[in-house]
Write a protein of this length. Structure first.
Length: 212
C-alpha cells in the first residue's frame, strides 16, 4: 500500500554552540573544544534513534569553516524527509550531514519508526508532534487481520467485525450486504436468502481488505 511520508525539520536550540563574537583564527582551539563537547551531548541524545547512524565530524574543519564563514554559531538540525532521517551540522551557509538512516518502505515498519520519533520528541525537539502522528495514523489505518470469510471474523473478533461494519457505511454494496446479513440473521444456514447474504458479505469483505 502506498502512503505519504511525513516530513519535518527541527533546529534544536539545546544543541546550539554560540559565540559572543565571530571567532578568529586565534580562537580555533576554543571552537574545537566547545563544538566537540556539544557533539558528545548531541550524540548521547540521538545516536541510534530510529536507526540513525552518526558520523563524527572533522572538528578542525568545522572550526575553519566557522571562522571563514563570518558566523558566530554552529547548529545541529534534525531533518525527516521522504527518503531519510538525518542529522545536519550547520556552519554559516555550509551544511554537513553527520548522521542518517533510510526510511522503512513498509507501512507498519514506518508507523513504528514514526512512533519511536514521536515518543522521543519533546518541546523544542518535536520532530514528530503528537498531532502529526495522530493524523498519519488516521490517514493510514492499520491493515486488519484477514479472515477466510465473514463467519470466521464474527467468531474470532467482535472488534474486527465492528470495524468492518463501520467501513461498510461508506460503501453502498457492503452496506446493502450488511442489511441482508442482519435481515437473515435468524434464518437457517441453508436458507437461500441467507446463502445469498453470506456470499455478498464475503465479497464485500474482500473489498474491505483491498481498501488498505
Amino acid at each position: 500500500m502506498a502512503f505519504n511520508y511525513f516530513e519535518n525539520t527541527v533546529l534544536v536550540d539545546d544543541w546550539l554552540v554560540s559565540f559572543d563574537k565571530v571567532p578568529q583564527a586565534a580562537d580555533k582551539e576554543n571552537v574545537v573544544r566547545r563544538v566537540t563537547k556539544r557533539w558528545e551531548e548531541v550524540k548521547s541524545d540521538v545516536d541510534g534513534l530510529g536507526g540513525l547512524k552518526l558520523q563524527k565530524p572533522d572538528f578542525q574543519s568545522v572550526a575553519d569553516t566557522l571562522i571563514k564563514s563570518g558566523s558566530h554559531a554552529v547548529m545541529f538540525e534534525l531533518v525527516l524527509s521522504k527518503t531519510e532521517f538525518r542529522l545536519d551540522l550547520l556552519v554559516g551557509n555550509v551544511t554537513m550531514k553527520v548522521g542518517a538512516t533510510r526510511l522503512p518502505s513498509d507501512l507498519e515498519d514506518y508507523r513504528s519508526f514514526l512512533g519511536t520519533l514521536n515518543g522521543w520528541s519533546t518541546s523544542g525537539r518535536d520532530i514528530v508532534p503528537d498531532g502529526a502522528f495522530k493524523d498519519f495514523n488516521a490517514k493510514n489505518p492499520k491493515k486488519p487481520t484477514e479472515y477466510k470469510d465473514y463467519d470466521e471474523m464474527v467468531k474470532k473478533s467482535k472488534t474486527d467485525e465492528a470495524a468492518f461494519r463501520t467501513w461498510a457505511k461508506t460503501n453502498a454494496t457492503a452496506k446493502k450486504a450488511f442489511a441482508d446479513i442482519d435481515k437473515t440473521a435468524k434464518a437457517k444456514p441453508n436458507d437461500p436468502a441467507r446463502v445469498a447474504a453470506m456470499k455478498a458479505i464475503n465479497a464485500s469483505l474482500k473489498d474491505y481488505y483491498k481498501s488498505f
